[in-house]
Design a protein. Structure first.
Lengths: 452, 164
């Protein structure tokens, strides 16, 4: 009897110890200490050379895309980032002491970058891509800190996130990190060139290309097994960049470099939507960094197949009989062909649509967005432009056009659910056009180059 | 053969469905306010209103216009009875060579239909697709504001007359 009585007690004891240990472990993971607030450091206390380097790094990291509302003040936050779990609003990263990061020490900033924890010790949502920023060196974090702490402070209170319960509880993020946050930092591959390694460091780290171009799992983490297989960005499809990329003419280092530098390439087309902002930001960074990104990414996407060069793709498109949706064909002939078959190369003519990844992509959203919103001119730049057709085409007409373009210019299966795609695109593009004054692809301000 | 509704009148048009609206307006219907500028939808001089929205008629084929209402500058007012937008452009002397002005007025009219009191920034953003090489932009801005005021008082006096 005594033995019988003892064993439940032992089990209870073991359970209690296990629970306590679990709780302690969970506490250790969840609880992060606050880092003491500081008086905002005066801008003059930072080395201008470090600040200048920080400016280039912030452009490489595309920080302004999420942290600056269009037409609003730089880095003041408030941009809604839609996720499957609700809307996360970006934070104010100006050095305002009350609403920004003015009271953050360099240590607190570095911890946020590498671990996704704010100065007060709260976990940050992984919409802030610290799963990439773990790769950023301490030296680069210091330069970014110097750049941000020398910006004009803006008094702007962050909007509360609109997330579903229980995801609005920040301690839950600790569990997400346990599952998905790899804390090892970037290690160079000695078998590869210095440029390749520089590209890998930027792409997988600060530039966080995979945040959009890699698909995410049900819990919103990038799928490691499908790196660069194509993902989501703000109602646009971020194309696959791996060996399954859909570009009719495969990318090479030269074409990718030119595309990232100029925002367009005659064999591929024009950067639109969120990618236009990326290119705009990249226009302020050194050529060597853009080239390094191009070198690394073309290695990721694999060697070009010789049978798919530009002339082969165009010749094949010429020989294919015109067919498909007759309404779409008439729209194409009258509204599109005068530019897209003009024979004028980009940026003065439209890209031949047989070369367009928007047509061969499995997702028709980008083409729908483009047809509706067009490509606005970039002030002061030699850039492609296209009128938007939102006001002259009904959803049914855009649908006919999309179906025609898919049949005429690609050998892929027809898209499904095109009508719904068009209706969604009209909603999001209309919202975009009405909330923004001025074009989405703000040109880089050349007067700011080389400035601290 | 298709039926095209322009300025409230139905017209039977014998043209291919891919014919740009601009060609039909100018060549078949002799409505010459809309101008051919670039033919590529990049200058705005061909702007007309279709179902209340500003549309570039040089890149709008007939096939898109089945069942829609087209309004050209001729449909807004006449020389003896100009519409508020036309009066405003005349009173501000907003034209120099005038080639872009019909398109400017049509896009401004579409804006005022949607937003009767636009700000400077809204007018600038709206008229961005329309180019003027003479540099009358400041007068055009003033003319659109003036048209907004004229439309406002026109509405008010119309309401007074109808006893509202």
């Amino acid at each position: 009897m005594a033995g019988m009585a003892r064993s439940p007690r032992i089990i209870a004891g073991i359970v209690a110890v296990a629970l306590a240990a679990g709780a302690a472990a969970a506490f250790a993971i969840v609880w992060q200490p606050a880092i003491a607030a500081i008086e905002p450091p005066p801008p003059a206390s930072f080395d201008p050379a470090v600040v200048k380097r920080g400016r280039e790094l912030a452009a490489l990291g595309n920080c302004s895309s999420c942290h600056t509302v269009r037409g609003g003040q730089d880095f003041a936050g408030g941009v809604p980032v839609p996720t499957p779990f609700g809307v996360v609003f970006s934070s104010n990263i100006t050095p305002d002491p009350e609403t920004g990061i003015g009271r953050w020490s360099e240590e607190a900033f570095g911890r946020a970058m590498s671990s996704g924890v704010n100065r007060e010790g709260q976990h940050l949502y992984p919409t802030f891509p610290y799963d990439h920023f773990t790769n950023v060196t301490d030296e680069d974090d210091r330069a970014l800190y110097a750049f941000l702490m020398t910006r004009p402070p803006v008094d702007a209170v962050a909007r509360p996130n609109e997330l579903v319960f229980p995801l609005d509880q920040r301690p839950i993020i600790a569990g997400w990190k346990l599952l998905f946050l790899r804390r090892e930092t970037f290690q160079p591959d000695p078998a590869k060139s210095a440029e390749w390694n520089r590209g890998a460091y930027l792409v997988d780290g600060l530039a966080h290309c995979g945040a959009c171009h890699t698909p995410r799992n049900a819990l919103g983490a990038e799928r490691v097994s499908a790196q660069f297989a194509g993902g989501e960005a703000d109602n646009w499809h971020a194309y696959a960049l791996n060996d399954r990329a859909h570009a009719p003419v495969p990318w090479n280092t030269e074409s990718l470099y030119a595309y990232l530098r100029n925002g367009w390439h005659p064999d591929h087309g024009t950067a639109r939507g969120p990618m236009a902002e990326v290119v705009s930001n990249l226009s302020t960074v050194p050529d060597t960094d853009v080239r390094a990104i191009a070198i690394y990414m073309t290695d990721v996407s694999g060697a070009a197949k010789p049978e798919r060069d530009r002339s082969a793709v165009l010749a094949q498109a010429e020989s294919a009989p015109a067919q498909g949706d007759p309404t779409g064909a008439a729209i194409y002939v009258a509204a599109c062909a005068s530019c897209h078959e003009s024979g004028r190369p980009l940026p003065y003519g439209g890209v031949n649509l047989a070369l367009s990844t928007a047509v061969t992509s499995p997702d028709p959203r980008n083409l729908a967005n483009l047809i509706l919103a067009g490509v606005p001119a970039v002030a002061g730049e030699r850039s492609p432009i296209m009128p938007g057709f939102a006001d002259s085409m009904t959803d049914a007409q855009v649908t006919s056009l999309l179906n025609y373009l898919r049949t005429r210019f690609s050998k892929e299966q027809p898209w499904t659910d095109v009508e719904k795609t068009v209706a969604d695109a009209r909603r999001t593009q209309t919202a975009l056009l009405q909330t923004s004054i001025g074009p989405r692809n703000v040109p880089a301000d050349p007067s700011q180059r080389d400035q601290p | 053969m298709m039926t095209l509704k322009v300025n409230g009148q139905e017209n039977h048009i014998d043209a291919d469905p891919d014919t740009p609206l601009l060609y039909v307006l100018r060549d078949d219907l002799k409505l010459n306010a809309a101008k051919f500028g670039c033919g590529l939808g990049q200058c705005g001089s061909c702007t007309v209103i279709v179902d209340g929205k500003a549309v570039l008629s040089c890149v709008t084929p007939l096939v898109l216009l089945e069942g829609k209402q087209v309004t050209t500058l001729e449909g807004l007012g006449t020389v003896s009875a100009p519409a508020p937008i036309q009066r405003a452009f005349m009173e501000e002397q907003a034209a120099q060579c005038g080639y872009c002005i019909a398109g400017m007025m049509m896009r401004a009219q579409a804006l005022l239909l949607r937003n009767p009191k636009p700000t400077d920034a809204q007018i600038r953003a709206e008229l961005q697709p329309n180019l003027c090489r003479c540099g009358t932009h400041m007068r055009i801005l003033r003319a659109v504001h003036r048209a907004a005021r004229l439309m406002d008082t026109a509405d008010a006096s119309a309401n007074e007359r109808s006893g509202q």
